[in-house]
Design a binder for this molecule. Structure first.
Ligand SMILES: *Cc1c(COP(=O)(O)O)cnc(C)c1O
Length: 233
């Protein structure tokens, strides 16, 4: 274990003040922006640190990695799936995650809904939209967002909290900004079209969280800025 709790706590405090500064600058209430600690590639201790700090949830990008980690984790915290999910793992995901952020097709929504219904649970989800039109990224095409929402809303076993996106990897801050503003516009359009608030906008990571907050993010997903490059903890 290379990162002590005190070091982790200092880094969270630093990110939190970054979030506060960006929110204030954008004329927003910092309480509207949540920090999701991304624990992928790090041991269960990372999630225990997040719980000890008082954070609500951690993010993991692979089901196979998260399931044993959650079983090992001694603290109580919510687990959110932020990585691509194949339909054949929908059952496992519905069982072991408190929210799935990577719902990117009606087919996947149908599988998750069936699995959640069998578990007698209403599964919170986000719809992942490829708002940067990045061929290298997962997520539904923006033109398909309405159909995806319609399918998701048709299931009583799913609760659609909002949208998620990942900005294309780019040195150009404008690429991230356009992606995030596009996601917010898509959310606003869908919210009025379907008369649903869709309050959650999960967007922004270590490198672009300020831009995301300026564009309306309500959840930034941060790994590297807390734990260093992956595999270090
Ligand atoms: C890994 C990951 C993050 C965290 O990215 P960092 O740059 O390490 O902060 C956020 N979102 C998703 C979907 C990820 O897979």
């Amino acid at each position: 274990m290379q990162l002590t709790y005190d070091e982790f706590s200092d880094r969270v405090a630093k990110i939190t003040s970054q979030i506060e500064a960006a929110s204030t600058q954008a004329g927003r209430d910092p309480a509207e922006v949540e920090l999701l600690v991304v624990t992928k590639t790090h041991p269960a201790t990372a999630a225990e640190y997040a719980a000890r700090y008082g954070l609500r949830a951690v993010g993991e990008n692979r089901v196979q990695e998260a399931v044993p980690k959650r079983a090992e984790c001694k603290a109580s915290i919510a687990w959110e799936l932020i990585g691509h999910l194949q339909s054949n793992k929908a059952k496992l995901a519905a069982e072991h995650f408190d929210r799935v952020q990577s719902v990117d097709s009606p087919k996947l929504a149908n599988h998750l809904a069936r699995a959640a219904a069998a578990l007698g649970k209403k599964l919170p989800i986000l719809l992942q939209i490829n708002a940067g039109n990045d061929p290298a990224k997962f997520g539904a095409d923006p033109e398909r967002a309405a159909a995806l929402l319609e399918t998701s809303l048709s299931h009583d076993s799913l609760q659609v909290d909002g949208l998620m996106t990942i900005a294309p990897l780019s040195e150009d801050a404008d690429v991230s900004r356009r992606t995030f503003e596009n996601l917010r516009t898509i959310r606003d359009t869908l919210a009025s079209q379907f008369s649903r608030p869709l309050p959650v906008l999960s967007m922004g990571m270590s490198g672009d969280l300020e831009i995301a907050i300026a564009s309306g993010s309500t959840q930034v997903r941060v790994g590297t800025a807390l734990f260093g490059h992956r595999g270090k903890i």
